[in-house]
Design a protein around this ligand. Structure first.
Ligand code: HEC
Ligand code: HEC
Length: 310
């Protein structure tokens, strides 16, 4: 080996020991020590699923549904920004801190410095972070306009959720409807003046939709399934905080999936009303009332099938 080659080899080894500083498109430079700390944490806690190269192909990945995120794509579901934009650090930290319920991605109770370092290290896996600044977080315009009027907000949210009309969303084109056909016809007529006569056969079930992650995702049933970013209310996590998180995920949508961004498409007060309505469903999850409700919807499906008018 000649001297130049030896120097090159030493330089390469040094390089793989301490990662080179990372210059991000937003102007920040992440120093080697932070990246090294992040890499150590990544190897310990994340690599088994997300893979040595960050491509989502770690030894524990096969068979996981949904699969671990491939960080070389720099595509995220819960970035809290417009679809396709890079997430801000706060969104990545939130995911690492809390995990995504109902998936293999658990919350990581690490020293804050390790969490902060590991999310910077994730950015070394895709050149996008060097070329593109993160998006602008999608947040409420102001205070919750329904404060102290919860029942009214839930009723408004129920209409926005089920009816397809101006300023309404028709969320039940993917998520389940939580009304019988007769109730849905009444509600739709009260909003649009037109009484619908035909309903989807799978009206009361969440639909499978394509995603950009190579697998399909189901639009969850709020009475039955845990939501990935919404934990249960506790002493530290208030109903208001839970509602705000619901606002956020409804407003921003779920990146790379069929769940669209609703911010801008609906009036602000209707976004909040949806957060109240979905929360009223989540409140019932795991209770006898949720099962009774499900039975009522199933009975409506059987009735429609036997009448030949689903
Ligand atoms: C046991 C497997 C497993 C481990 C270990 C794991 N993850 Fe994940 N992670 C997942 C899965 C599965 C998903 C995808 C969830 C989905 O698509 O809904 C995911 C998604 C993510 C996302 C994407 C969030 C988004 O908005 O799209 C980030 C960021 C992430 N993980 C970071 C980490 C970090 C950092 C660690 C280590 C501290 C880690 N993960 C450890 C399985 C794992
Ligand atoms: C075109 C289909 C579609 C429509 C319309 C739709 N969603 Fe979704 N939604 C989905 C899918 C698919 C997921 C699951 C994404 C995932 O977890 O990968 C989802 C997930 C969610 C979640 C769970 C987020 C989490 O943390 O796990 C909430 C809350 C939600 N949707 C609310 C709504 C509301 C409210 C509306 C109407 C304003 C709506 N959705 C309209 C397809 C849709």
């Amino acid at each position: 080996m000649n001297r130049a080659a030896a120097i090159a080899l030493v330089w390469l080894c040094a390089c793989s020991d301490a990662p080179a500083p990372l210059r991000l498109a937003d102007g920040r430079v992440i120093d080697s020590a932070t990246l090294e700390r992040g890499r150590d944490a990544y190897r310990l806690y994340c690599q088994s699923c997300h893979g040595e190269r960050g491509d989502g192909r770690g030894p524990a990945a096969p068979g996981q549904r949904p699969p671990p995120r491939d960080f070389t794509q720099a595509q995220f579901k819960f970035g809290g920004v417009a679809a396709g934009e890079l997430p801000v650090d706060e969104a990545l930290l939130r995911t690492v801190r809390r995990g995504l319920q109902g998936t293999a991605m658990q919350g990581w109770d690490l020293p804050e410095e390790d969490r902060a370092a590991v999310i910077q290290y994730l950015k070394t896996f895709s050149p996008r972070w060097r070329d593109e600044p993160p998006g602008t977080p999608i947040e409420p315009d102001g205070a919750d306009p329904w404060q102290g009027r919860e029942a009214e907000a839930v009723a408004k949210g129920r209409a926005v959720y089920h009816v397809m009309a101006k300023d309404h969303a028709g969320c039940s084109s993917c998520h389940p409807a939580y009304l019988t056909r007769a109730e849905l016809a009444d509600l739709t007529e009260s909003v649009t003046g037109v009484r619908p006569t035909a309903f989807a056969r799978d009206l009361h079930h969440g639909r499978l939709r394509d995603t950009e992650y190579g697998v399909k995702a189901i639009a969850p049933d709020f009475l039955l399934q845990p939501l990935k970013t919404i934990g249960p209310v506790t002493a530290e996590y208030s109903r208001e905080a839970q509602r705000r998180d619901l606002y956020r995920v409804i407003a921003a949508g779920v990146g790379g999936t069929a769940m669209p961004q609703w911010k801008g498409a609906l009036p602000e007060e209707n976004l909040w009303a949806l957060a109240y309505y979905v929360q009223s469903l989540i409140d019932l999850r795991g209770t006898p009332a949720a099962l009774t409700w499900r039975e009522k919807l199933d009975a409506d499906d059987r009735l429609a099938v036997s009448a030949g008018t689903p």
